[in-house]
Design a protein around this ligand. Structure first.
Ligand code: CP3
Length: 348
C-alpha cells in the first residue's frame, strides 16, 4: 500500500500534495461510536485493553479521513505505575489519589519502566501499525510541567496555586519532581517510538500559565530532555502548548521539529516568531467547529492563507476538539483543507 506520507513530509518541511490535517482529541465523546464503547468501559479500561484502544484510535481515521492517527491514551497514564493513583470524576476531570507536595513524596514515587509498566500502550501501538494501513501513527506524552501540575494540584487547576507555590517557596522539591518526570516521560516516549509510533507530540497544555523567566528556569531544561530523547530516535517531534505567545522562542529553544500554535496568535505571526526553519501545527479555534459552515470555511481559509503554502504547515486546531462538536463539521474541515490547498498547488 502506498503510504499517505504528507503528514510526515510536512513535519520535515518537505513539499506536499495537499496540506495534511489531523485534530488533537480527534477520538472522544463527540463521536457516537466512542460513546457506545464508553457505555461499557471507563476511559482507563479502554486504554488498558490494547485492542479497544486501537479500535478507538481508528474511529476518527475512518470517519474523517484525517492524515494522521493519534494513539488513544492519556497523558496521565504514567501516574498509575508511579503509585499516585488516577481516577476520572464526572465534571471535575482527572483526580490524583496521592498528590506530591514534599521531597519525601517525590522520593516515594515508584521506579518506572515504560515497557513493563505501560506495556498495554505499546501493545496498542503494535496492533495499530498492523491495522492503520497507509496512515501514520502519532504517539504522545504530557510535558513534565503539565503532568507535574496535575500531580501537585491533585487534579485540574485554573490558577496553579499549589504548583507555583512549590516553585516559588520550595524550588528544590519542584526541580526534583521535574527531574524525575523528565526521566519517566523520556522513557515512555522512546518506548512508544520503538513500538512503532512514527511521530510524537509532547503536550504542554497548561504551560501558558507561566512567565517566560519561570519557563526558562523551571521548565525548559526538563522539556528539552524529553524532546531530545525522542529526537534521538529519529522521528519528528511536535512540541505543543497553549497560551504560549510569549513563550514561543523558549519553546523553540527547548526543541521540536514542529511547534504547535493555539488560536490566540495569527498563524503567520507565530511562525515568524518561531522562524521558518521549523514546521508549525495549528491553529483554528476549536469553538469555530460549532459555527455555520460558511463561517468555518472563511476561518479555515484564513489559517491556510497565513501559511502561504509554505512547506511545513500541518493543519490542526489550536487545542483539542470539544465534547459536543458536530462530527459533520469536523469532516467538512478535513475536506476544506484538502480542497483549498489542492487548488493552491495547482495554481502554482
Ligand atoms: O487526541 C486523541 O484523540 C487521543 C487521546 C487523548 C486523550 N487525552 C483521551 C481522553 C489525548 C491526546 C489526551 C491528552 C490529554 N489528557 C491532555 C493534553 C491535551 C489537551 O487537551 O490539553 C490532557 C491535559 C489530559 C488530561 C485529561 N484527560 C483531561 C483534562 C481530561 C478531561 C476530563 C473530562 O472529564 O473532560 C481527560 C480525559 C480524557 N482523555 C478524555 C479523552 C477522550 C475524555 C473522555 C472520556 O472520559 O471518555
Amino acid at each position: 500500500m502506498e503510504m499517505n506520507d504528507r503528514f510526515l513530509r510536512a513535519c520535515r518541511r518537505e513539499p506536499v500534495d495537499v496540506t495534511p490535517v489531523w485534530f488533537m482529541r480527534q477520538a472522544g465523546r463527540y463521536m457516537a461510536e466512542y460513546r457506545l464503547i464508553r457505555e461499557k468501559y471507563s476511559l482507563i479500561e479502554i486504554c488498558q485493553h490494547p485492542e479497544i484502544a486501537a479500535e478507538v484510535t481508528m474511529q476518527p481515521v475512518r470517519a474523517l479521513g484525517v492524515d494522521a492517527a493519534i494513539l488513544f491514551a492519556d497523558i496521565l497514564l504514567p501516574v498509575i505505575p508511579l503509585g499516585l493513583g488516577l481516577g476520572f470524576s464526572k465534571g471535575e476531570g482527572p483526580v490524583i489519589g496521592s498528590p506530591v507536595r514534599t521531597l519525601e513524596d517525590v522520593r516515594a514515587m515508584k521506579p518506572f519502566d515504560a515497557e513493563s509498566d505501560l506495556g498495554y500502550v505499546m501493545d496498542a501501538i503494535r496492533i495499530l501499525r498492523g491495522t492503520l494501513g497507509d496512515v501514520p501513527l502519532i504517539g504522545f506524552c504530557g510535558a513534565p510541567f503539565t503532568v507535574a501540575s496535575y500531580i501537585i494540584e491533585g487534579g485540574s487547576s485554573r490558577e496553579f496555586l499549589k504548583t507555583k507555590m512549590m516553585m516559588y517557596s520550595a524550588p528544590e522539591v519542584f526541580h526534583a519532581l521535574m527531574e524525575k518526570l523528565s526521566v519517566v516521560l523520556s522513557d515512555y516516549l522512546v518506548a512508544q517510538i520503538r513500538a512503532g509510533a512514527q511521530a510524537v507530540q509532547v503536550f504542554d497544555s497548561w504551560v501558558g500559565a507561566l512567565s517566560p523567566s519561570d519557563y526558562e528556569t523551571f521548565v525548559l531544561p526538563y522539556s528539552q530532555n524529553v524532546l531530545q530523547a525522542a529526537k534521538n530516535e529519529n522521528v519528528p517531534v511536535i512540541h505543543f502548548g497553549t497560551n504560549t505567545t510569549t513563550l514561543l522562542p523558549l519553546m523553540k529553544r527547548a526543541s521540536g521539529d514542529v511547534i504547535g500554535l493555539d488560536w490566540r496568535i495569527p498563524l503567520d505571526d507565530g511562525w515568524k516568531i518561531i522562524g521558518h526553519d521549523r514546521a508549525v501545527q495549528g491553529n483554528l479555534d476549536p469553538v469555530t467547529l460549532f459555527a455555520p459552515l460558511s463561517e468555518i470555511k472563511a476561518r479555515v481559509h484564513d489559517v491556510l492563507r497565513r501559511a502561504e503554502g509554505r512547506p511545513g504547515h500541518i493543519f490542526n486546531l489550536g487545542h483539542g476538539i470539544l465534547q459536543h462538536t458536530p462530527v459533520d463539521n469536523v469532516k467538512a474541515v478535513v475536506d476544506m483543507v484538502h480542497e483549498y490547498s489542492a487548488e493552491k498547488v495547482e495554481a502554482r
